[in-house]
Design a protein around this ligand. Structure first.
Ligand SMILES: *[C@@H]1O[C@H](CO)[C@@H](O)[C@H](O)[C@H]1NC(C)=O
Ligand SMILES: *[C@@H]1O[C@H](CO)[C@@H](O)[C@H](O)[C@H]1NC(C)=O
Ligand SMILES: *[C@@H]1O[C@H](CO)[C@@H](O)[C@H](O)[C@H]1NC(C)=O
Ligand SMILES: *[C@@H]1O[C@H](CO)[C@@H](O)[C@H](O)[C@H]1NC(C)=O
Ligand SMILES: *[C@@H]1O[C@H](CO)[C@@H](O)[C@H](O)[C@H]1NC(C)=O
Ligand SMILES: *[C@@H]1O[C@H](CO)[C@@H](O)[C@H](O)[C@H]1NC(C)=O
Length: 404
């Protein structure tokens, strides 16, 4: 058995390589702009409005960047953050315009959709940007709802990665009454009403009946990711749920939210321990997010759930469905249905400790709901393509045993 760890490592290496290369991002707008201090205010607001992550998710995109001076005149309008988001999203074109293409438009003019248009926030033709080649090699930009006035001009190319992302500086912010119109704040999103409509009624009912509901609701403005167990799962869990005290029910529900907006893509790339709405000082109430290739799983110390779908995505709120109720060890250590039968192999503990350095090792032994998942955990490589690796490792072990 002493041969196991190196063997596992050798088998895992090519998989690890595949895994890393398949999740590498094409680009990161924040990082690119960080190299250009003139655009630091613009860069800051791309992050603050969560536009940066939406930009990074795209493949073919042009960002019309505003330098510090243009940003200060835009900011002097004192728009709310959600309105500013609309204005900035008008500056993100969902097509690729390198400096060359920009100066050689077919017919000398084009209308192109911006992210403001493509996210459905805009009405009618607003959200389209008119780009026109002008005399003397100038290029003018104007919002389609600006009465034909091209109020901004091309200054220079800041960065280009052919057909992935182009960042072009323009002379000032595009004026658009539509984009600058006051927007309903995100707090007007009604979480329980929205998820009830989308088919997550059982979880919404629990939220409504508990103090946790208003805490979720109040967290939306700052960014909120919710993991909603499907109705069937909640209904099967109700007997156990009813057994909890009121305070425990609140903690259990809060355990299903993390106080930051995380798209599936960011979840996939943020492998590791996350705090939840239930986290409070020494009550960690955290869990581990794992990219399992095709799937993203949430591992508590007690069980492992898999994300099954994106129920709704209206930044700053995103809701995923999951296939199990997340059981925090703070509530379910020793309360789980099947008692721990036998001690786990040592390598599982090592792996758990490495993944979650905050955790108390002795508590890593609670039984898992799924035997497949347990097998993957035991192999010590569940962060990779668990199932396939387990098969490979087991067949190699069998081979070695046969040879001995
Ligand atoms: C992009 O880069 C910034 C700054 O380097 C970093 O904080 C952020 O986590 C990166 N985002 C992704 C999705 O890699
Ligand atoms: C742009 O503004 C930011 C924040 O106000 C500042 O930190 C940065 O140094 C400015 N950049 C330049 C080139 O002035
Ligand atoms: C863009 O605006 C200019 C100036 O108002 C106008 O002449 C041109 O027809 C517009 N282009 C498109 C494609 O609508
Ligand atoms: C564009 O992104 C792809 C991956 O999505 C990458 O292979 C390619 O090298 C990128 N192009 C440039 C010019 O960086
Ligand atoms: C959400 O909508 C429900 C009705 O569907 C209503 O009872 C509740 O008060 C609303 N919550 C908020 C915070 O507006
Ligand atoms: C409820 O709690 C009691 C006492 O802790 C326990 O014996 C019982 O099995 C629990 N019922 C369920 C359904 O978990």
């Amino acid at each position: 058995m002493q041969r196991l760890p190196p063997l596992t490592a050798i088998v895992a290496l090519p998989f690890l390589f595949l895994f890393l290369s398949s999740t590498t991002h094409a680009f990161n707008i924040t990082r690119i702009l960080a190299q250009h201090p003139d655009f630091s205010t613009f860069n800051h607001y791309l992050t603050a409005t969560h536009l940066a992550s939406e930009i990074n998710r795209r493949r073919t995109i042009t960002v019309l960047a505003l330098d510090n001076a243009s940003m200060s005149s835009l900011l002097s309008k004192h728009l709310t953050l959600s309105t500013l988001k609309n204005v900035l999203s008008l500056h993100v074109l969902v097509d690729y315009f390198g400096a060359k293409k920009l100066h050689q438009l077919t017919g000398g003019t084009t209308l192109t959709a911006s992210m403001f248009q493509s996210t459905g926030a805009a009405v009618g033709t607003s959200g389209y940007v008119n780009i026109t080649n002008l005399k003397g090699g100038k290029v003018g930009f104007g919002s389609e709802d600006n009465d034909g006035t091209l109020n901004a001009f091309y200054v220079k190319s800041v960065a280009e990665e052919s057909y992935n992302i182009s960042i072009l500086q323009i002379s000032q912010a595009l004026s658009s009454a539509e984009a600058e119109a006051p927007t309903p704040g995100p707090s007007q999103l009604n979480l329980t009403a929205l998820i009830t409509k989308q088919g997550c009624k059982a979880f919404a009912d629990l939220l409504r009946a508990s103090k946790a509901g208003s805490i979720f609701q109040e967290s939306i403005d700052g960014g909120l990711t919710v993991f909603c167990p499907t109705d069937k799962v909640i209904n099967g869990f109700l007997p156990k749920y009813k057994n909890l005290t009121e305070a425990q029910k609140v903690s259990l529900l809060l355990y299903h939210g993390i106080p930051v907006y995380q798209s599936l893509q960011t979840l996939k790339s943020s492998n590791g321990v996350v705090n939840t709405l239930a986290t409070d000082g020494s009550n960690k109430y955290d869990f581990n997010i794992q990219d399992e290739g095709k799937d993203v799983t949430l591992e508590t110390k007690v069980n492992t759930a898999t994300i099954t779908s994106t129920l709704l995505d209206q930044e700053p709120l995103i809701v995923f469905t999951i296939d199990k109720v997340l059981l925090p060890r703070e509530l379910f250590k020793g309360v789980v249905e099947t008692p721990a039968e036998s001690p786990k192999p040592a390598n599982k503990k090592k792996k758990k400790a490495a993944d979650a350095p905050l955790s108390d090792d002795s508590e890593a032994d609670a039984p898992s709901d799924s035997d497949d998942q347990k097998a993957a955990d035991d192999s010590g490589v569940s962060g990779l393509d668990g199932g396939r690796l387990v098969t490979v490792v087991i067949s190699l072990l069998v081979g070695i045993l046969v040879l001995c």
